[in-house]
Design a binder for this molecule. Sequence first.
Ligand SMILES: [Zn+2]
Length: 95
Amino acid sequence: MGEAERGESAPRLRISFWCSNGHETQPSFASDAQVPDTWDCPRCGFPAGTDQDNPPDPPRTEPYKTHLAYVRERRSDEDGEAILAEALAKLRGEL
Ligand SMILES: [Zn+2]
């Protein structure tokens, strides 16, 4: 903890990062700290970079996958019900 207290007097750098939504965030770093290439935007969670004109790409959301994922979920539900029904039938000695 003494380290952190001494850090208070150390010079700090404020670095601006911009995300692809144009949000600017200015975390501060100790002057001898390594500044990361990207910083998570505190407003939208997108990665932000130090180049305002060329921010990092936002994470891919793949919107077209949602429907397929939903269909797959339904199908596995139905499969699960069939397996459950079979298991119950076995328990009852029907198979
Ligand atoms: Zn943002």
